[in-house]
Ligand binder design. Structure first.
Ligand SMILES: Nc1ncnc2c1ncn2[C@@H]1O[C@H](COP(=O)(O)OP(=O)(O)O)[C@@H](O)[C@H]1O
Ligand SMILES: [Mg+2]
Length: 254
C-alpha cells in the first residue's frame, strides 16, 4: 500500500508548486516509485515537471461513453487506457485527470476508474494528489483514507482562515486524513506578529498542525516562466531547501 499525500487549498496558493517540490524531495531521498496525480481540471503539474501529457482520464471517460471494441470488457479497456495515460519517468509516473464529467456522465466509468486506481496504486511507495480547491477527485478515485493532507495557504489572515475551513472539508467527502498540516507559502522573512497569532489560533483549534513556511522565490517563478522542470532546481535554492526540511520532518515514514 502506498502512502497517500493530498494537497488542498484555494486556487493560486501554491498546491502544484508544493507537489512538484515534493516529487523533487522523494526523488532526491530515493523514496520511489512515486505516482503523481494531477487532479486539477486545469492541469499544469506536468509543466512544472517539464512533461507533455497526451491522454487524460477525462478523455478516457468520454471514450467509454462510445461503443467499445467487442473483444474487450470495460474494466480491461479502462486498465489499458489508464496505462496509456501514464507518463512514465525515472522514479515517478504522472497521471492527469483532466476535465471532470459533464452532465449525463457515464458514471460506471468512475467505478472502473476507482478499481483501476486501486490496482495501479499498489505499485508505488507514494501516491501524491494535486487537487483543485474542491477535493472531489479523492472520493472519485476511491481514496478514502489518506495519510497526509497538506493544506497550502498564502501568508494572509483570510488565507489562513480559508485553509482551516478547507481542512475540514475532507469529512463531508467521506475522506479521512490521518494527519493534516498547514504550509504557509510565499512567507516573508519576518512574519507579522498578528499573522503569527492567527496561525497559532487556527492550528490550536483544529486538527491542522503547522508544517512550516516556504519563502517567496524568484527562482521558482523564473523556472516556471522558462518552462524548466522543478526537478532541475539548484540544491541551494532556499525555497527547495525549506521544502525539503519540512518534508523530512512531516512525511509519514515509508
Ligand atoms: N513560493 C513561491 N515563490 C514564487 N512564486 C510562487 C511560489 N509559490 C507559488 N508561486 C507561483 O504562484 C502561482 C500559483 O502557484 P500554483 O502552485 O500553481 O498554485 P495552485 O496549484 O494552488 O493553484 C504560480 O505561477 C507559481 O509559480
Ligand atoms: Mg494547481
Amino acid at each position: 500500500m502506498p502512502k497517500i499525500i493530498a494537497m488542498a487549498g484555494k486556487g493560486g496558493v501554491g498546491k502544484t508548486t508544493v507537489t512538484a517540490l515534493l516529487i523533487n524531495y522523494l526523488l532526491t531521498t530515493k523514496q520511489t516509485p512515486v505516482l503523481a496525480v494531477d487532479a486539477d481540471a486545469n492541469a499544469n503539474l506536468n509543466e512544472l515537471l517539464g512533461l507533455k501529457v497526451d491522454l487524460t482520464i477525462g478523455r478516457i471517460r468520454k471514450e467509454m461513453k462510445a461503443e467499445l471494441p467487442p473483444y474487450i470488457t470495460r474494466d480491461q479497456y479502462m486498465e489499458m487506457k489508464v496505462h496509456q495515460a501514464l507518463v512514465e519517468e525515472s522514479g515517478f509516473d504522472l497521471l492527469t485527470m483532466g476535465q471532470p464529467d459533464g452532465p449525463g456522465c457515464y458514471c460506471s466509468a468512475n467505478q472502473f476508474l476507482a478499481m483501476t486506481m486501486d490496482h495501479l496504486a499498489d505499485n508505488y511507495q507514494y501516491l501524491l494528489v494535486d487537487n483543485e480547491a474542491g477535493m472531489e477527485h479523492l472520493s472519485r478515485m476511491n481514496l478514502r483514507e489518506i495519510d497526509l493532507l497538506l493544506v497550502v495557504s498564502d501568508p494572509s489572515a483570510r488565507g489562513i482562515m480559508t485553509a482551516e475551513r478547507i481542512a475540514a472539508l475532507t469529512e463531508p467527502l467521506g475522506v479521512r486524513a490521518d494527519k493534516k498540516y498547514l504550509l504557509v507559502n510565499r512567507a516573508p522573512a519576518n512574519l507579522e506578529p498578528v499573522l503569527k497569532a492567527k496561525i497559532e489560533q487556527a492550528t490550536n483549534r483544529s486538527g491542522l498542525a503547522l508544517g512550516g513556511f516556504l519563502p517567496q522565490s524568484a527562482t521558482l517563478a523564473a523556472h516556471e516562466l522558462a518552462g524548466h522542470s522543478y526537478l532541475a532546481l539548484d540544491r541551494s535554492e532556499p525555497a527547495l531547501q525549506a521544502a525539503h526540511e519540512i518534508f523530512a520532518r512531516i512525511l509519514p515514514g515509508a
